[in-house]
Design a binder for this molecule. Structure first.
Ligand code: SF4
Length: 108
């Protein structure tokens, strides 16, 4: 991922406003945004450390989704049950909406 191209060494003063990693940090590490920006600008945090922080944050978000995917992949019956339940609920709702529509239009 592209960072500040003017930053050669971890102690160089950074420009987070041109850094893609910082854009992601603003979204996924909002609570640390000010700290990251300050450390970057003052050359107190290297890009590798910053990227590792982002990686850990994203992994924390993605791991439960990945685990759920693996679980569902091993249980196709569970997936079919979820789909059937969703299909039934959608069908019930559509029938209810259609009945209400017909009534309002004077067809019911
Ligand atoms: S320290 Fe982080 S915000 Fe600053 S340039 Fe490197 S990756 Fe970007």
């Amino acid at each position: 991922m592209v960072t500040d191209p003017a930053r050669i060494h971890p102690t160089d003063e950074g420009h987070p406003e041109v850094c893609t990693v910082f854009s992601y940090q603003c979204i996924f590490s909002e609570e640390k945004k000010a700290e990251i920006e300050k450390k970057c600008r003052e050359g107190k945090m290297g890009c590798v450390e910053c990227k590792k922080m982002l990686h850990e944050k994203l992994s924390g978000l993605i791991t439960p989704i990945r685990d759920k995917y693996k679980d569902l992949k091993k249980n196709p019956e569970k997936v079919n049950k979820i789909l059937e339940d969703g299909n039934r609920r959608a069908s019930d709702q559509a029938s209810s909406n259609l009945a209400a529509f017909k009534k309002e239009m004077g067809y019911g």
